[in-house]
Design a protein around this ligand. Sequence first.
Ligand SMILES: Nc1ncnc2c1ncn2[C@@H]1O[C@H](COP(=O)(O)OP(=O)(O)OP(=O)(O)O)[C@@H](O)[C@H]1O
Ligand SMILES: [Mg+2]
Length: 240
Amino acid sequence: MIKIENVHKSFDENHVLRGVNLDIKKGEVMVIVGVSGCGKSVLLKHIIGLMTPDEGRVIVNGTEISSLPRKALYKARQNFGMLFQSAALFDSMTVYENVSLSLTEHTNLSEAEKVEIVKDKLELVGLSGTEEIYPAALSGGMRKRVGLARAICMEPAVVLYDEPTTGLDPIIADTINDLMVRLQKRLSITSVVVTHDMRSAFFVADRIAMLSEGSIRFVGTSEEMEAEDDPIVREFLSHR
Ligand SMILES: Nc1ncnc2c1ncn2[C@@H]1O[C@H](COP(=O)(O)OP(=O)(O)OP(=O)(O)O)[C@@H](O)[C@H]1O
Ligand SMILES: [Mg+2]
């Protein structure tokens, strides 16, 4: 589904990605971990085409995202849902308006059809009946869930999550973890999750990839990671 081939990216002297190779299969939850500043968010931005590689390519569903012209990229992005770390809701808009935003922008659906879709997505994230509420009145965990409802509104083939549970208390974090797994099962979405939170990683991952010094140091299941001998992986896990 997603093929990352020899991706390099530098910011001036800072050579952040130094030949990243990673294949993500259709329908799997791939979790990307690594120390702060190692380039996880930068890698995520390459998958969605918000950044282009200096070298190498990113192929999503057969299309080379990394070389698309702007207009085609805009269209290709409709295959992605993205949950940003801050949830990035518009405070002046209701939950309904926030969630239906991309439907309004990218489709010609009638208001009645949009209402139906938003109702369904809010139900999925456990927030039925919150349509008319403004984000300011919601807790952090609820905002994340609204962000998630918005990310899946267009029924994207791929959902990208940047630190979905960071900063949430463990109980709320678990509801988000449950939700990620349920969405993947029910909508057979391919998910890429970037996180610091190893507890969340082990809970949701089909596979975990560890980014270290600009390349993928390890890829495997949770069990394989726990059993891994590589000292860099062991060192990283010891800080849990
Ligand atoms: N737009 C940019 N311009 C210049 N440097 C950038 C830019 N975006 C990221 N960087 C640099 O790239 C490196 C990797 O950043 P990135 O945000 O991907 O780290 P991260 O692994 O997501 O860290 P964290 O876990 O703290 O979120 C950092 O050194 C950062 O300063
Ligand atoms: Mg980051």
